[in-house]
Design a protein around this ligand. Structure first.
Ligand code: FAD
Ligand code: UDP
Length: 391
């Protein structure tokens, strides 16, 4: 391994974007990635059905950040794709986010017209209202509708997904999928909604193809890296290392779990092959009690493709689990689980790093943040800029 200016742990969005930006600023970069591939959780590949499968769950690119688009467009072309989700509610498939069409489908004519009017006059056409806010409305009719939406869209899905009630977790989590006072049935409303034309993995290959970047796959970073927080020291293969370390893995692993295991939510994907077309949209959500459907959503990957195969299809059924680093199920950490206790534990880990000036935590795992791909792209570019200015 060359002695790098910058050592990066992880070849997902956080690691790859910061690696490229720093390499272009003249730094020698080494990336250590424990998996056998680059791309992190956005890793995709064509499977035996000719379907572009997303190994770690469906990834849809959407953003309103011009900076992220400008940077990523250097490594990929794009095709248009707008994500649509239907929810299985009272035996029907209705648009999620819950919107005016959902009301029309679920309530009889006059009642639906009245409810739509009430919402439009209270909030205005085009507005987005987080469900927990809607439930606090002063208007008893709106509160009644909010309770219906909560019960049929959020209550059970959130319980299955997180193992906590919607009231127990950070309101920003359910706020990601607000109620829409509109007929816009897209899952996202960002100005840029496109997919990389050769897939995410191909985009990462180009991003990492730079003479100053060396990538080591199948390499567990903690076999090489050691942090001594008391002494403020980092050791790389047993020797003092005073270059920059960008760590995109788990903060608790970096510090030997001394404050306990940070809670993450995990998923298991039951991937199935089928003939023809499986469902009408890419993703169908099951916001139903676990006894009815123990999974949260089913995604048909080919519906995201520009030229999907006709004969065969591949679907993934998502089953949430608590993350367990030594367990049999749920061994991949996907989502930080935000509670007061987990935030306090995370803060205890970052406090330990205060005396280690050359380590930077970046990414969904390391920063314990619910980043989307565009947001982590922006954050990685910002960190690279800061590090370039400093040195
Ligand atoms: P990761 O992608 O997790 O990359 C971290 C990398 O570090 C991994 O490759 C890991 O193997 C490696 N690593 C960790 N520890 C070590 C170690 N000790 N040694 C060596 N290597 C290590 N975002 C969107 O914008 N749109 C979507 O539709 C979307 N869908 C999602 C669906 C699911 C099911 C999930 C879980 C996430 C989704 N996301 C989506 C979010 C997206 O996955 C993240 O924003 C993105 O992956 C964050 O990149 P990252 O580099 O921080 O983390
Ligand atoms: N959610 C829900 N019902 C749905 C869709 C979302 O309760 O039909 C809640 C749930 O708590 C979920 C959160 O909103 O975890 C965020 O949903 P999103 O689709 O953004 O989750 P992700 O794609 O990141 O898993």
């Amino acid at each position: 391994m060359m002695k790098p200016d910058v050592l990066i742990v992880g070849a997902g969005f956080a690691g790859a974007v910061s690696a490229r930006a720093l390499a272009e600023a003249g730094k020698k970069v080494v990336i250590l990635e424990r998996r056998s591939h680059i791309g992190g959780n956005a890793y995709d590949y064509p499977d035996e059905n000719g379907v572009m499968r997303h190994e770690y769950g469906p990834h849809i690119f959407h953003t309103s950040s011009e900076k992220a688009v400008k940077f990523l467009s250097r490594f990929t072309g794009w095709y248009d794709y707008e994500h649509r989700v239907l929810g299985c509610i009272e035996g029907q498939l209705v648009p999620i986010p819950f919107n005016l069409t959902s009301i029309e489908k679920l309530f009889p004519g006059e009642k639906a017209d009245h409810l739509k009017e009430v919402l439009i006059s209270a909030y205005g056409m085009g507005q987005k209202i987080p469900i927990l806010e809607l439930r606090k409305s002063e208007d008893p009719e709106i509160r009644e509708l909010a309770e219906y939406i909560f019960e049929h869209v959020f209550k059970y899905y959130t319980m299955k997904q997180w193992g906590y009630t919607a009231e127990e977790i950070d309101p920003a989590v359910t706020g990601r999928v607000p109620v829409l006072v509109s007929y816009d049935d897209r899952y996202f409303q960002d100005s840029f909604q496109k997919m990389p034309d050769q897939g995410f993995t191909a985009m990462f290959e180009k991003m990492l193809d730079h003479e100053a970047i060396e990538v080591h796959l199948n390499t567990e970073a903690m076999d090489h890296l050691c942090v001594d927080p008391e002494a403020g020291r980092v050791l790389l293969d047993g020797e003092d290392y005073d270059g920059i370390v960008i760590f995109t893995g788990l903060a608790d692993q970096l510090l030997n779990y001394v404050n306990g295991d940070l809670p993450y939510r995990s998923l298991e994907f039951d991937v199935q092959s089928a003939e023809g077309q499986y469902q009408p949209v890419t993703t169908v959500n099951y916001p139903t009690p676990a006894e009815l459907h123990p999974y949260t959503r089913i995604t048909e990957y080919k519906n995201m493709m520009k030229n999907p195969p006709k004969e065969k299809t591949t679907v993934a059924v998502e089953y949430p689990y608590a993350y367990s680093r030594n367990g049999e199920k749920g061994t991949v950490p996907y989502y930080p689980v935000f509670t007061d206790a987990s935030r306090a534990m995370y803060a205890a880990y970052t406090a330990m790093l205060e005396k280690v000036p050359n380590i930077y935590l970046l990414g969904r795992l390391a920063e314990y943040k619910y980043y989307n791909m565009d947001q982590i792209t922006d954050a990685a570019l910002a960190l690279a800029e800061k590090l370039t200015e400093e040195k």
